[in-house]
Design a protein around this ligand. Structure first.
Ligand code: ADP
Ligand code: MG
Length: 563
């Protein structure tokens, strides 16, 4: 007795619909993406009761002729690709020809569409009525050019799906998030979202992603840092919020790859690493970033709602993202400490990060920020250590206190040492050399960079075909994970591309400093004094390499009342 039967097409469509349209927000996403693919400049979205009662998407796109309107609701019917090779150069949001087929299978749809005509305002168009996948009517209609798709009673014939729907308010929330993402992806298009007769989103056409992000997401991006980096085959544009805007979850992260909102943990991590230590370990920076790559180097066909993506060379994309963010955050020259600081004020320094991370302690105790003029100069003594902050009394100004962030000061000193010549005098010969095993590719890169490392105070010798001995490292008060440093240096595309010797040295030095091991409290008075001494000897650098100020001063105190 045979038990295998072919499912009828309506059943097949309903099952398949579950993949594409799992929640009302997916239906909104598909309809809006179709509007975008149709070249619409204005998109109006209305929803009622979390989308289960009504979803209506009206666009000013190219519209469809009658034959196309009827064909559009068939499964695997699309105008966007002809063959699988077309996926390699895909520029549209849709390509599977499944969305409308899925939506009409599980709801009651009325679609009105009219093709654009140069001379006419109201055109001859078509209204198509479909219920549960069955075409009920196809009729003439007068309509403005564009398409309106009205979806009622979503999931009315899929009781299983209906049972698992979340609350209307959760679905509404998801729809708002979906439209927000779509609007951030296409700033040149105007979006309006009306939820239960109330306007929730009104995004006018905007000339740039940054302006759209600022007008839609407001506060975290008002003082954000603009990213605008392009090179062949890669571009990263958008805005990142200041580090203190970091959140405990990733809801403030909007990543778009070739115009499509995607969730990518590797890229999210790469952005965070670009922030260096300015974002706490368990926090996530907020950003709106558009990544553009050659479509042939990504695969978007890995997720039913295309929310995930695969990169042909993920490592390459990750490190470019990280370095671009890091460069925008800290700038090249912000790492550089002019020897003659007394004549400079921080405001006049070129290329500083556009927004300086705030000083936690300063906010707490409202200390004035030490300008280079006010930076500790001359002799002083460490009175006490609080966490990683040393309280210092200056001999020549007994009525003021200097608060020195020991960790930042150490980074600043180390960086300064790395950047100053001659290197050999600062090199520290290791009693036990560190062995680094490389792949053949890495070995080639490392051997070509030996002189760059030497200029920083390293002594690295090749032995065997792909092994190296690190015999000396730049002198450091605190250890640096040298192996990690070499590894990172060999995989940093920006460093490898750098031709200019000085910039190369700058990059190497900042990388080295960023890998300095943590100075963990309690810090003894002796250690603090040693660091302060080195800090003074180094000319009291004002900023640590990540752009944070090393010292604050508290003036006009009646210190004798305290000590
Ligand atoms: P896909 O977008 O993957 O092609 P859909 O089922 O979403 O599949 O749509 C099928 C086809 O219907 C599209 O390829 C497009 O030609 C047409 N279409 C759908 N929505 C619109 C619209 N709003 N305006 C113009 N054409 C549309
Ligand atoms: Mg589509």
């Amino acid at each position: 007795m045979h038990r295998i039967f072919h499912l009828d097409s309506l059943t097949i469509d309903k099952i398949a619909a579950g993949e594409v349209i799992d929640v009302p927000a997916s239906c909104v996403k598909e309809l809006v993406e179709n509007a975008l693919d149709a070249g619409a400049e204005d998109i109006l979205i209305e929803v009622q009761l979390g989308g289960r009662e009504l979803i209506r998407v009206k666009d000013t796109g190219c519209g469809m002729c009658r034959e196309d309107a009827v064909a559009s609701i068939e499964r695997h019917a699309t105008s966007k690709i002809r063959c699988v090779e077309d996926l390699e150069k895909l520029c549209s949001m849709g390509f599977r020809g499944e969305a409308l087929a899925s939506i009409v299978a599980i709801s009651r749809v009325r679609m009105t569409t009219a093709e654009k005509r140069e001379d006419a305002c109201v055109c001859d168009g078509t209204t198509l009525v479909v219920e549960g996948g069955e075409v009920k009517s196809v009729a003439d209609a007068k309509a403005l050019p564009g398409t309106t798709v009205e979806v009622k009673d979503l999931f009315y014939n899929v009781p299983a799906r209906r049972k698992f729907l979340k609350s209307p308010s959760k679905d509404t929330h998801d729809i708002i998030k979906t439209v927000t993402c779509l609007a951030l992806a296409s700033p040149q298009v105007s979006f309006r979202l009306i939820v239960d007769d109330k306007e929730v989103i009104a995004a006018k056409k905007s000339p740039s992603v940054v302006l759209r992000a600022q007008s839609m997401l407001k506060q975290p991006f008002e003082n954000g840092i603009v990213i605008d980096y392009q090179q062949q085959g890669f571009s990263l544009c958008g805005i990142i919020a200041e580090p203190q805007g970091a959140k405990t979850n990733r809801t403030g992260q909007y990543l778009f790859v070739n115009g499509r909102y995607v969730v990518s943990l590797p890229i999210s991590y790469a952005v965070k690493s670009g922030f260096g230590t300015s974002v706490e370990q368990n926090k996530h920076p907020q950003f709106v970033l558009h990544l553009t790559l050659d479509p042939a180097t990504i695969d978007i066909n890995v997720h039913p709602q295309k929310r995930e993506i695969r990169f042909a060379d993920e490592e390459w994309v990750r490190s470019l993202v990280q370095e671009t963010v890091s460069e925008a955050m800290f700038g090249k020259r912000s790492f550089y400490f002019p020897k003659n600081q007394e004549q400079e004020t921080r405001d006049e320094w070129p290329d500083l990060p556009q927004s300086m991370p705030s000083e936690g302690q300063e906010e707490l105790f409202s200390f004035s920020e030490a300008r280079p003029q006010g930076a500790p100069q001359g002799a002083g003594d460490v009175l006490a250590v609080l966490g990683q902050i040393a309280l210092i009394r200056k001999t020549e100004r007994p009525d003021s206190l200097v608060l020195l962030d020991l960790k930042r000061a150490m980074k600043a000193i180390l960086f300064q040492e790395l950047m100053s010549a001659p290197k050999s005098s600062t090199a520290e010969v290791l009693l036990v050399p560190i062995t680094v095993e490389c792949t053949q590719d890495e070995a080639l890169i490392l051997s070509s960079m030996l002189s760059d490392f030497e200029a920083e105070g390293f002594l690295i010798r090749m032995f065997g075909s792909a092994s190296f001995l690190i015999e000396a490292v730049p002198h450091a008060l605190q250890g640096v994970d040298v192996k990690a440093f070499i590894g990172e240096a060999l995989h940093s595309p920006l460093l490898l591309r750098e031709k200019n010797r000085e910039s190369k040295a700058l990059r190497l030095a900042s990388l080295y400093v960023s890998l300095m091991k943590n100075l963990s409290p309690p810090i003894s008075l002796e250690t603090a004094r040693a660091i302060y001494k080195a800090y003074e000897a180094g000319g009291c650098p004002q900023l640590s390499p990540d752009g944070l100020s090393c010292a604050s001063s508290l003036t006009d105190l009646h210190l004798k009342d305290f000590f």
